[in-house]
Write a protein that binds this ligand. Structure first.
Ligand SMILES: NC(=O)C1=CN([C@@H]2O[C@H](COP(=O)(O)OP(=O)(O)OC[C@H]3O[C@@H](n4cnc5c(N)ncnc54)[C@H](O)[C@@H]3O)[C@@H](O)[C@H]2O)[C@@H](O)CC1
Ligand SMILES: Nc1ncnc2c1ncn2[C@@H]1O[C@H](COP(=O)(O)OP(=O)(O)O)[C@@H](O)[C@H]1O
Ligand SMILES: [K+]
Length: 506
């Protein structure tokens, strides 16, 4: 699914109006009908409703929703803020339509606003501003936002919480944004929905199909995407009757210093559970027994060093290499890592301490094979690119890193985003806060190198791997809940996730 900037959403509206064709006011009616349906599912008509409408098309939607709810037996009070005496055409038409409708108690605010009582049983519909907002709300609008936010009422926002920008909220005024319990967004998600600092404003969000032109959506350029399960299913390669382990690659995992053997165990297990034909773990001597006991399916290759990685591995015997989980950052490890990166010619996976070492040996970035996959969490990314003031700026920097070095940057977290060498960004929907537990990232590294080893391209490995990893986490959550979930559970649930994903394929 595509994610468009606000400006392109406007163009898409215009395209739909012209191509369908449909009158702008009828498109608004279609949006309002979808919104009304969703609101009716959320709260029955015993709920008193108070609607706040702004002067633009978001306000137009809100006034149309007021009328439709009134017709369906809801007790609705609607306030239209027309303080600059300029309404969009469709907003004005909906005001007139509402005035003809005696079911709704309607007030047009032109100067002084006498706020209604908003108690806890009330449902507030926030239609002050949507995708057309250009700067932070201020003055009277900020006061209305504060009034709504201070109330105990449940708040549903139309399209996006008023005051929230579609993309960059770095310099927005945070307490001038509506805090919704639910956001009913029209057709497509907005980029700002994927950023942690906006979660409290959005509440739960849901997309409503308002029938914007599919052809228009297909033809409109974007660099942002929200991955869907059908995109992922298309990537999966079937297994054939006469296949043998040689067909599924041999992954090399360089991981786990002494005291961190667990990282290599988790990654190796995940690598095997993702389907690699063979896995070799290169590990310090001291970790041998742990690895051989914990994961008998893996081959263990010994470093000369007892405690850490010190000896680069010639990569030609392997189909893919991953390095980093639990590696440590000692001087000999840093030297060996830099040499290892030089030896590798094919895309590799770099995670955790490999990234921390690169952050202090920036020159080595130039030796990373094109198409390699870096999997930083936000802190690791900031070590590489510097401090970021917001998630939007962090995304921009992750993308710059990907395009500069022609690599894939997998920025981990809720809605993990994959930035490609071409500058595209794919947000992943799977995963849950139960995965915020030590070792989850090590599991992801194992998944990714496994897919690379099996012959998936780097881009396919990122999309499929991140999705599968999150799905395994979601399946673990179904059985164990979020709080007790640990990283091994994610690895253990990879087979179940595969089964679910391949149901109609195998
Ligand atoms: N155009 C269309 O055909 C459709 C649009 N829809 C709705 O239209 C919305 C977008 O409508 P608009 O483009 O009219 O934009 P908005 O309704 O979000 O707001 C635009 C108005 O707000 C003013 N404004 C912008 N920033 C402000 C600020 N900081 N303080 C005070 N005023 C400010 C603008 O000057 C303009 O008058 C969407 O969010 C959606 O709800 C839907 O009706 C679906 C169809
Ligand atoms: N709230 C969340 N929602 C979805 N996925 C999450 C969430 N928290 C963590 N994860 C996932 O768990 C993994 C954590 O990785 P990382 O931070 O590297 O952990 P560690 O270093 O402990 O292995 C990432 O893949 C991340 O996307
Ligand atoms: K709104």
């Amino acid at each position: 699914m595509k994610i468009f900037p606000g400006i392109q959403i406007k163009q898409l509206d215009a395209y739909t109006i012209e191509q369908e064709p449909i009158a702008s006011i009828d498109l608004m009616e279609r949006a309002a009908t979808a919104l009304t349906g969703a609101i009716m599912k959320y709260r029955g008509n015993e709920t008193p409703v108070v609607v706040f409408a702004g002067p633009g098309n978001n306000g137009g939607d809100a006034l149309a929703v007021s009328r439709l709810l009134g017709e369906r037996g809801y007790r609705v009070k609607a306030y239209l803020f027309n303080t600059s005496e300029h309404l969009s055409e469709d907003c004005a038409t909906n005001r007139d339509r509402l005035l003809e409708n005696s079911n709704v108690e309607f007030t047009e605010v032109t100067s002084k606003f006498e706020p209604p009582v908003l108690d806890k049983d009330c449902l507030v519909i926030d239609g002050l501003f949507g995708s057309g907002i250009k700067k932070a709300l201020s003055g009277g609008f900020a006061a209305v936002v504060n009034y709504i936010n201070a109330s105990p009422s449940t708040v549903v926002s139309i399209d996006l919480p008023s005051g929230l920008m579609c993309e960059d909220n770095t310099y927005n005024i945070r307490n001038h944004i509506i805090r919704a319990d639910k956001t009913l967004s029209l057709q497509l998600p907005k980029l700002s929905f994927f950023f942690a600092e906006n979660a409290d404003y959005l509440g739960e969000w849901e997309l409503l199909d308002i029938g914007l032109s599919q052809k228009g959506i297909e033809e409109t350029f974007t660099t942002w995407y929200f991955t869907e399960e059908e995109d992922i299913r298309k990537l999966i390669k079937p297994r054939k009757r006469f296949d043998h382990k040689g067909n599924y690659g041999h992954a090399l995992l360089i991981a786990g210093s002494y005291g961190m053997a667990g990282a290599s165990v988790l990654a190796a297990k995940a690598c095997l559970r993702t389907g690699a034909g063979m896995v070799t773990v290169h590990a310090p001597l001291k970790n041998n027994d742990i690895l051989q006991t914990a994961i008998p399916e893996a081959i263990v290759r010994h470093d000369a060093h007892e405690f850490c990685f010190s000896m680069p591995v010639y990569p030609d015997n392997y189909t893919a290499v991953a390095i980093g989980p639990g590696l440590g950052q000692s001087e000999e490890t840093a030297t060996a890592l830099i040499e290892q990166i030089r030896l590798c010619q094919e895309p590799m996976v770099l995670d955790a301490d490999a990234l921390n070492i690169l952050a202090v040996h920036r020159n080595a970035m130039n030796s990373i094979p094109r198409g390699s996959i870096l999997t930083p969490h936000p802190k690791e990314l900031e070590r590489l690119v510097g401090k970021c003031e917001s998630s939007f700026l962090r995304l921009t920097k992750a993308r710059d890193l990907a395009t500069t070095y022609k690599i894939f940057v997998v920025l981990k977290g809720a809605y993990t985003v994959i930035a490609t060498p071409e500058g595209n960004c794919y947000f992943n929907p799977t995963g849950n806060p139960g995965m915020a537990t030590a070792g989850s990232g090590d599991v992801l590294t194992g998944v990714l190198v496994s897919l690379l080893a099996q012959g998936y391209t780097s881009e396919e490995s990122c999309k499929l791997g991140v999705y599968l990893h999150g799905m395994a986490g979601d399946m673990a959550k179904e059985k164990l809940g979020e709080r007790g979930l640990i990283a091994s559970d994610i690895a253990e649930n990879l087979p179940a996730a595969w089964i679910k994903l391949t149901q109609s394929i195998d």
